[in-house]
Design a protein around this ligand. Sequence first.
Ligand SMILES: Nc1ncnc2c1ncn2[C@@H]1O[C@H](COP(=O)(O)OP(=O)(O)OP(=O)(O)O)[C@@H](O)[C@H]1O
Length: 332
Amino acid sequence: MTEPLLSVRNLRLDIPTGGGTLHAVRGIDFDLNRGETLCIVGESGSGKSLTSLALMGLLGKSINRRADRMTFDGTELTTASQSQMRKLRGARMAMIFQEPMTSLNPAYTIGDQLAEALLLHRKVSRQQARDRAIELLEKVGITAAESRLSQYPHQLSGGLRQRVMIAMALMCEPELIIADEPTTALDVTIQAQILRLLHDLGREMNMAVILITHDLGVVARVADKVAVMYAGELVETGPVADIFNAPSHPYTRGLLRCIPLPGKTDRGAKLGTIPGIVPSLVGEVEGCVFRTRCPHAVAECRGDIPKREDGNHAFRCIFPDGKRHSEKELTV
Ligand SMILES: Nc1ncnc2c1ncn2[C@@H]1O[C@H](COP(=O)(O)OP(=O)(O)OP(=O)(O)O)[C@@H](O)[C@H]1O
């Protein structure tokens, strides 16, 4: 079996605060192969953005990162030097952020910024960089690409800026691309187009894609694998078909129940709300992180919670099937 491109074991992110240590990410594991799209879903504050920043080596200094393993194509990222990380970023792993204006420099033309991304990491001439910029702008669906090169970011619409960001991230043909809610600022039809584009380019270029999104309709359409995050833990991971057809963790089922079922999901369907609140992430959580909101919680949920694995599908619950069947009986 080939090694996964990205392999993460027991990643923990701690943030010292006045009131104690906030354990924002509590020991997560996942693997990602080339050409695969992993969607990370979960409520606000569950640790999705911090996880992606940790992979890119872009966490603030105040955040402590520990992992048993966090490898990218065999390179251990937790011990990589700043200069090794700089070489990887942009060249082999790239990130697309929520708001394009945070990544695009208003003072430079689109052409200069796209070319710079390539000139920094590859031995190419200005003309080659320019040709590649045009090629990629066309690939991401921008018409009259050549004439865009001399424009400044503020001259483009939000949708176009987001496409330019994707083109910029792709300039060096990275092996991994991480997109953190890349389309929240855009309207729903453009969001769907851009996410589909990212997924198709991922396939075409054999890139691994990590997509953080709240849109379960998008997840159903583009994910190969899904990771469900809750209060800093991955409570369930698996192939997209398993997650939608046989969700096992009560939290995953709660999320899916909040969206229309026939055909599984509608475009633009958002994560629904589940009664109760997320436990405080300061200090240790006793037992299952979801027990305070789980309809099936019993005294044993305060103890050790086993990880149940069946092939690539895994979830954490004291009940062997997450009480899936009792819920079915309830709804009949
Ligand atoms: N620099 C920081 N200092 C203190 N707490 C932080 C810091 N960065 C993140 N956190 C906390 O860590 C937790 C995880 O944050 P993170 O941004 O990863 O969540 P998220 O799942 O990406 O949320 P969203 O969907 O809203 O983007 C949250 O409780 C957040 O408040």
